[in-house]
Design a protein around this ligand. Sequence first.
Ligand code: KIV
Length: 269
Amino acid sequence: MSSQTPIRRTTVPQISARKGGEPIVSLTSYHAHTAAIVDKYADFILVGDSLGMVMHGMESTVGVPLDLMIMHGKAVVRGTQKALVVVDMPFGTYEESPAVAFRNAARIMKETGCGAVKLEGGARMAETIRFLTERGIPVMAHIGLTPQSSHVMGGFKTQGREEDSWPQHEADAAAVTEAGAFALVLEGMVEPLAAKITKQVAIPTIGIGASAECDGQILVLEDMLGLNAWTPKFVKQYGDLGPAIDRAVSDYADEVKTRAFPGPEHTYK
Ligand code: KIV
């Protein structure tokens, strides 16, 4: 018998069952403290490899190591109780073969306690998605603008601008669905294509810079909070924390320099 109170989190089947239903709310988080706030409102939290750029100042997500994802994944799981936590598989940890992908995904699941992994790629990753799901690892797929392939794509480019490219994206969506993915992120994709794919597939689509027709939406938390110096055009900012932090740090620096801080109420007697 366990002495711990079990935590009841949103499950993978509960997310899948939201297809065509109440929109799925999701955000990224990388730390325990922000994840604890997001946990109150989100159905799932993604520990995205965007953390390489957002948190660690990298130029792309390509350099993100597996150990870093695991460290942030652990923090987010510790900080949350309710949301399903999904952890990104970073570049180089799953493309080589289904067996390599399984070994690394199993490490992520065991060491972080998360409920699922996400990986980028469509038809080319279908065999791996099937291999993982058949062995107990739920997979969220990610197609459209796939940042780990930015070197091949020539940058972060909106996908589907040419209508003759649509069949490839539709085939990718069908392939990952058929392979057993429980949900599908559509990133940086023209609106009508994302809406079309959402109608075609049986799993929930999660849009980011895609379409309001998607079954759910995700944003990078720091982007919507106004914490990043640069954000993609499609991001709606719900907060303006960058200037608020700047003001607080500047006030503190002024008070330290003028010996106004710490005042008597901020020292131990
Ligand atoms: O890494 C990330 O944050 C992501 C989201 C943008 C979907 O993959």
